[in-house]
Design a protein around this ligand. Structure first.
Ligand code: KE4
Length: 433
């Protein structure tokens, strides 16, 4: 790091005085890459500007939501128009039905949906629903998968928990996680063993169909289909956490890529178009358990508020345009191929992956290492080299995730020139690693 960011440092010092760690979400604190976080002042299209006036091509995109890029004119216009008509009524509006019908048209596994305000609320509620519907209490999650910060899921989680190396969070009583069983991602035999031991007690298996909170790990062939078969055989629900992969891995999410029919799906990020929206959704018979249709209670003051709904509607209407989505996929392909070529030319060992409009790039300690799970991610990921790559790219105007254990995203706004600039910058930086 040679460049200085005086204004960001001044603003971050002020933030640290009033916000724990200076942030409102830990992964933003740059603990995974060192240095002081850049204070961002505005975004437009594929770009963000920091408080010192530096422009960056942004591949974080608010951790996934901004599939159209920052401040897309159609989204800004829709939000502005709706804001003038009222932001929240605490009463039903037709906009909630409109976004629901849009999601259902894109994800055939979903018959009904409940909107909430975050991915955490979505997964927490989906697991409560699974327990209510099955009458069982145990749940299965995978190490390194992150499903938000609800107590019962903060067990060997990914994302910020992995980045900060937190074993598990204090404040979560053992009693709360006693029924949370964990197994390595892609370990189908391990899941089968859990069902052999606890089959009649397991309410649900919750999985990120692409594990993008430990970096970027694709499901092994047959893994997801195996989970579908095991859960069906033992009467447990299969919950796809598509908060990140929904409308990004493909317009119909990872479930459309791998042709899996989950019982419940959790959504977030893109569905809100940059405003706070989450959702849990699935088969009608199961969703009819949710109050007031059924007895399982879940509620939210701002759930389904018209401002967030119109942002989500406008965004998904664009995602549905096949040629636009194909353009983002093509740009993502070009980027990932370029990163791999740059690493190869520099003799740097990397593992790249991509699906649709999301991607990953692990820096490895040695060539030939394969990251297929959280254990191998922790063992093989060269986090120090990633940190040097991150800052080298920052100095060349490119903003990747400030953690090796996160995925990257491309938007409709990223131009071919933006991708070319990124690849050229990667060539220069990787030569110096
Ligand atoms: P939120 O509660 O942060 O809206 O969503 C939680 C969540 C649930 N499920 C998946 C698959 C997720 O990726 C997330 C949140 N993703 C992280 C990024 N890896 C959010 C970034 C942050 O924590 O600041």
């Amino acid at each position: 790091m040679t460049k200085t960011y005086p204004r960001s440092q001044e603003l971050f010092a002020a933030a640290q005085r009033v916000l724990p760690g200076g942030v409102n979400s830990p992964v933003r604190a740059f603990r995974g890459v060192g240095g002081t976080p850049l204070m961002i002042e505005r975004g437009e299209g594929a770009y963000m500007w920091d408080a010192d006036g530096n422009r960056y091509i942004d591949y974080v995109l608010s951790w996934g939501p901004l599939v159209l890029g920052h401040a897309h004119p159609a989204v800004v216009e829709a939000i502005t128009r709706q804001a003038a008509r009222g932001t929240s009524f605490g009463a039903p509006t037709a906009l909630e039905t409109e976004l629901a019908e849009l999601v259902l048209s894109m994800m055939p596994s979903i018959a009904q949906i409940r909107f909430v305000n975050s991915g955490t609320e979505a997964t927490m509620s989906a697991l409560r629903l699974a327990r209510a519907y099955t009458g069982r209490t145990k749940i299965v999650k995978f190490t390194g998968c992150y499903h938000g910060h609800a107590d019962l899921l903060l067990v060997q989680a990914g994302s910020g928990v992995a980045t900060l190396g937190l074993p598990d969070s204090p404040g979560v009583p053992a009693s709360t996680t006693a029924d949370t069983l964990t197994v390595e991602y892609n370990d189908l035999e391990g899941v089968a063993a859990l069902f052999a031991a606890h089959g009649s007690e397991i309410a649900a298996v919750i999985v990120e169909p692409i594990a993008a909170n430990m970096g970027f790990v694709l499901p092994a062939p047959g893994f997801l289909a195996g989970l579908r078969e095991l859960t069906r055989t033992h009467g447990a629900l299969l919950i796809f956490d598509e908060v990140m992969t929904g409308f990004r891995a493909a317009p119909g999410g990872a479930q459309s890529v791998y042709q899996i029919d989950p019982d419940l799906t959790c959504l977030g990020k893109v569905i809100g178009g940059g405003l706070p929206v989450g959702a849990y959704a699935g088969k009608r018979e199961i969703m009819q358990t949710v109050a007031p249709a059924g007895p399982m209670y879940q509620a939210g003051t701002l759930s389904g508020n018209p401002l967030a709904m119109i942002a989500g509607i406008t965004t998904l209407q664009h995602v549905q345009q096949a040629d636009w989505f194909a353009q983002i996929v093509q740009r993502t392909d070009t980027l990932v191929q370029g990163l791999h070529a740059a690493a190869t030319a520099a003799g740097i060992a990397v593992q790249v992956g991509r699906q649709g409009t999301m991607f990953g790039c692990y820096f490895l300690h040695a060539a030939g290492q394969q990251i297929t799970s959280y254990a191998t991610a922790k063992q093989y990921a060269h986090t120090e080299r990633y940190a040097r790559f991150f800052w080298g790219m920052i100095e060349r105007g490119v903003y990747f995730a400030p953690s090796q254990f996160e995925a990257g995203f491309v938007s409709l706004a990223h131009s071919a020139d933006d991708i070319a600039h990124t690849v050229q910058a990667a060539r220069e930086v990787m030569r110096e690693l």
